[in-house]
Design a protein around this ligand. Structure first.
Ligand code: MN
Length: 220
């Protein structure tokens, strides 16, 4: 989350070094996080959840903070049920414009597979000091997305020593809490596509992507 000023005067997010190191931007359609790329929203803090059928299906949960997207991989995805805690493994920070990325990461590249913008919107902290909350390992926040809304908390259960920090994502009790399956609305909030449709149009593995679509959802 730190910035350093390059000789050309442009600011570069040093926390994106791991993101860049892992990817070959000649081979993947993902954004490189360069200073010229435009952010997706003009103001407000952004959150995005990307459904990602990689070697294993997971949901990437990202919160904009200090110019980058703090990122967690959630194998089972968020739950609307406050009694359910969902494991969220913190991963490398992503560039802000990653919130627009939907498509196919080619075979052989890092994270190869189909990516859907599953939900997107604004988030706001419920604490006065986000940095202190992140250090402490308990961040309460509100989501205003198309699928996820209301009050949530991320609680860190293990600090990253050698491995990545592990957190739990938990829904707070409020009017948006529910026992409903999050996959009642399985389509992309950007394009209304299912995973199989994204894979077909972007020349990915359609059969594998289709396994991430709920049974009964019909590709058009
Ligand atoms: Mn991922």
């Amino acid at each position: 989350m730190t910035k350093r000023t390059q000789s050309n005067g442009k600011k570069k997010h040093t926390s994106l070094e791991e993101y860049r190191r892992k990817r070959d931007f000649e081979a993947t359609p993902e954004p490189d996080g360069g200073t010229r790329s435009k952010p997706p929203l003009k103001k407000g803090l952004l959150f995005v959840v990307q459904k990602h059928q990689a070697s294993h299906l997971h949901y990437d949960f990202r919160l904009e903070w200090r110019g980058v997207l703090l990122s967690w991989a959630i194998p089972k995805g968020p739950s609307l049920d406050p009694s359910v805690k969902r494991l969220a493994a913190q991963v490398e920070d992503h560039p802000r414009e990653y919130a627009n990325f939907e498509g196919v990461i080619p075979e052989g590249e890092y994270g190869a597979g189909t990516v859907m913008v599953w939900d997107r919107g604004a988030w706001g902290p419920e604490v006065p000091d986000v940095d202190a909350a992140l250090r402490k390992g308990e961040l309460k926040f509100t989501l205003d997305g198309q699928k996820l809304r209301g009050s949530w908390v991320l609680v860190r259960t293990r600090l990253g020593r050698g491995s990545k920090p592990q957190w739990l994502l938990i829904k707070h009790r409020d009017e948006y809490a529910s026992s409903e399956d999050i996959e009642l609305e399985p389509r992309s909030v950007l394009t209304k596509r299912l995973m199989a449709e994204i894979a077909r149009i972007d020349r990915g593995d359609v059969e594998k992507a289709a396994q991430a679509d709920p049974a009964g959802s019909r590709a058009s």
